[in-house]
Design a binder for this molecule. Structure first.
Ligand code: NAI
Length: 535
């Protein structure tokens, strides 16, 4: 089912003078139109139209792409490998409901569509996101990775208890020879209850030597498999937060020095990020900890390398960002959001430790911030509150928001999440809405991992230049280092410092869709649907 391949150069051919197919790529001109708003002295909002013109160049040869997973022996890691192999080899299996075929359901790129335009009859033509631009097919990823647990992947997959036995059984011969590369283990960063897994370690305490080894692993993987690009992705245990200490991890130079002197606040995930940056491999953090300390972001900027994070947005948070947006956009005022989870996989075990839970709590907490801040009709702004109290107030009014996570081994990978939304209605009325969400955690996270890797690889092949109104366009250059276009898949999206985080799932999807269209030189048609509004 997944064997469909887009033709070289992509399925879509845009017929326009400003979209040209040359030099192994698609060169497209795009004008970004916006509006600049100034509040005048008389209280009026003065709006001026703005526009900036860009050219995007997307290299169409996808080449061979590798995916290196940190934590490959975990539930997500083994499910990613199993899904890739089952799809690649067309392995179907029997369940009590009958025969099941492998697929990529849950993948934004492979299983969702966007409207490209309308046909002659005025009907929308919807295409899978994977057909918008040339992207690597997830069957084609060459996958490898590290784990602090030495279990070969057949046994690690069985330990995870995620997939049906009849599928596991058929995958064992493919997976028994895949052994995780030894990894970095600094016990202080993950829960103490993980110690008995840690039997596959790069020896010694020297962090510089660890960095060199990871760099060598990436290089060797690339050479051995003749890869054009390698995406590195952290799907290992959630770490505690690293303390941000001036002189230690605040600048690129200080961070590199702290690795040289093996400073205790440099986490394993930051070493992996630094190694990837130095090797020119995009690095994505699928866990909530602050891997990207300021020095790490600065290093990525300096090297023009790509990073993305943090924390896969698989279940509860995804739903929450939709429900909260629905309420606030409907003009209803959430007063509190109370979230409770229990799960029984190894992730849950690790999160049962306070400092690791704290990382998750922070990441889950910010998810409604932008929607609340966008509606000063419902929520008082910091300026309103300052006026009321006469004291400077930093943050505006916000619904109460609490997150609880409990470890219940019996339920395994099947996570339960309960969310209560308590809102204010017209004339002081109240509304309570409860959502009970039960899902296989790793079956939600796995398609996100493919999406993140596919899009990260694509974005390394896109370059741009601005075309000034009067004057010469400069040289093409890569996109900015922090790939905020990956936000749809991430709970606490990392964005360019100084720019606002977008948490709204709908806006995140729109942002990505519009970007992909811009790379083809296409305007976003949106939902104006003028044909249906006019005579
Ligand atoms: P898991 O505990 O099954 O797998 C993590 C793996 O990482 C384990 O095999 C462990 O041995 C390994 N590991 C720990 N430290 C390591 C290191 N320094 N180097 C290499 N390997 C190391 O967890 P799972 O369920 O696969 O989740 C992975 C991560 O993804 C967790 O941090 C989790 O919070 C995050 N995540 C998962 C979501 C989901 O829906 N499954 C959603 C959001 C985030």
């Amino acid at each position: 089912p997944s064997a469909r391949r887009a033709p070289e150069g992509g399925l879509i051919q845009v017929d326009s003078e400003t979209t040209v197919y040359e030099n192994g790529g698609i060169k497209a001109r795009f004008t970004d139109r916006g509006a600049n708003v100034v509040k005048a002295a008389d209280g009026k909002l003065k709006v001026t139209k703005t526009e900036r013109t860009f050219e995007f160049f997307t290299k169409t040869n996808v080449g061979r792409v590798g995916l290196l997973l940190v934590g490959i022996g975990g539930n997500n890691g083994t499910t990613v490998v199993a899904t890739n192999l089952a799809n690649k080899h067309g392995i179907s299996w029997n369940t009590k409901d009958g025969e099941q075929q492998p697929n990529y359901i849950g993948s934004l790129v492979r299983a969702s569509t966007v409207s490209l335009g309308t046909d002659e009859a005025g009907k929308p033509v919807n295409v899978p996101i994977s057909d918008m631009l040339p992207m690597v097919h997830p069957n084609d990823f060459v996958i490898g990775g590290w784990d602090i647990s030495s279990l070969p992947l057949d046994k690690a997959m069985a330990r995870g208890k995620v997939l049906d036995y009849d599928l596991q059984r058929q995958l064992f011969p493919y997976m028994e020879n895949i052994k995780p590369l030894p990894s970095i283990y600094y016990p202080d960063f993950i829960a103490a209850n993980q110690a008995d897994r840690a039997d596959n370690l790069i020896p010694g305490e020297d962090k510089q030597a660890h960095l060199e080894q990871i760099r060598k692993d990436i290089r060797d993987f690339k050479t051995k498999n003749e890869l054009d690009n390698v995406v590195v992705l952290w799907t290992a245990n959630t770490e505690r937060y690293a303390e941000i200490i001036p002189g230690v991890n605040d600048t690129a130079e200080n961070l590199l020095n702290s690795i040289k002197t093996s400073h205790e606040e440099v986490s394993p995930s930051t070493i992996f990020a630094v190694a990837s940056i130095l090797e020119g491999s995009p690095f994505i953090n699928g866990s909530p900890q602050n891997t990207f300390v300021p020095g790490c972001i600065e290093l990525a900027e300096e090297k023009k390398a790509f990073i993305g994070g943090d924390d896969f947005k698989s279940g509860q948070t995804k739903v929450k960002s939709v429900i909260a947006e629905f309420l606030v956009n409907a003009g209803i005022k959430p007063l509190s959001i109370a979230s409770y989870n229990h799960l029984g996989n190894n992730d849950g075990k690790n999160l049962s430790s306070q400092r690791q839970f704290r990382s998750k709590e922070i990441s889950k907490s910010s998810v409604v911030d932008d929607m609340v801040a966008a509606n000063p009709v419902l929520y008082k702004t910091a300026a309103d509150l300052s006026k009321e109290t006469g004291e400077p107030v930093k943050k505006g009014e916000h619904p109460d928001h609490i997150v609880v996570i409990k470890y219940v081994p019996a339920v395994g990978d099947s996570k339960r999440a309960i969310d209560e939304y308590y809102s204010e209605l017209l004339m002081g009325g109240r509304n309570v809405m409860n959502i009970f969400n039960e899902c296989e955690d790793s079956l939600l996270a796995t398609p996100l991992i493919f999406d993140l890797a596919i899009l990260a690889d694509l974005l390394t092949r896109v370059s741009y230049r601005e075309v000034p109104k009067d004057g010469q366009a400069g040289e093409f250059q890569p996109l900015y280092s922090v790939l905020s276009l990956l936000s749809y898949m991430l709970k606490a999206p990392l964005v360019k410092p100084g720019t606002d985080v977008v948490n709204s799932l709908n806006r995140q999807r729109q942002g990505l869709e519009q970007f992909l269209k811009a790379c083809l030189g296409l305007e976003n048609q949106g939902d104006l649907l003028l044909d249906s509004r006019i005579w």
